[in-house]
Design a protein around this ligand. Sequence first.
Ligand SMILES: [Zn+2]
Length: 282
Amino acid sequence: MIKGKGGKPNRLVFDFEKISQAAFARNISKPAVRAQVVNSTRIPATRPASGKKIIVLDPGHGGHDPGNLGGVKVNGISEKNVTISAARNIKRILEASGRYKVILTRDRDIFLKLRERSLIAHRNNADLFISIHADAFRSSSVRGATIYTLTEKASDKEAAMLAARENKADIIAGVDLIGETDIVQNILIELVKQETMNLSNRFASELAPELRKAIVVRKRSLRSAAFAVLKGIDVPSVLIEMGYLTNQKDAKLLMQKETHEKIGRAILRATDKYFQKNFAFN
Ligand SMILES: [Zn+2]
């Protein structure tokens, strides 16, 4: 690039040099900076000029994947319907603050692969990804919300079982997750992932006490497991199980707009604290 002088525009100049075929082949086989592949798929224009932070809300399941049917016996409701109405109400609360732009991974009853969900967050340059779910358990007395973050090794057996269940969504459609992560081989991406995990944990620890003020939360409210939907490479991500559809009280509350709004306000307080502490609002 040559800077233009005397009011003339800048010039972009290429010099071509004759080399042997062998040397040419050697040069093009050099690995291009592969870590940049991830960033190149982003849409920079989606970052709002207002300085609003972008939050992607992911209502779990949908389409031919109903999620858990634990609530069907209790009140005829499947998880996919609870998650979408909760997500819509949470979106409204967050956007009313004027500080956030909220994108839903799905706003109707459609099936999305787990990988597609986190890619939506990546492509939109999201600051935070929150997956919304509702749990089920064989004992109907168990109730309360739990917040999950990503680790390779589950924090406990129950968390591991839950992750296995949630991850089944892709197997249902005959999609295998293996082979989709070859880019993750790159060491730079590993570093980004580590930073993303740190930020995910920071957000989760802001959210846990706020959620406890709003709704019934399980004693061990923060857990971790290998959730496929949380494997977005560069967007801090958490998964909220809002309660148990197999519990009568939880199932009833999770159908109510007021409960969604309480959860929304808890998320809002947590996001405000998280962004203030870790990033400056501009
Ligand atoms: Zn779920």
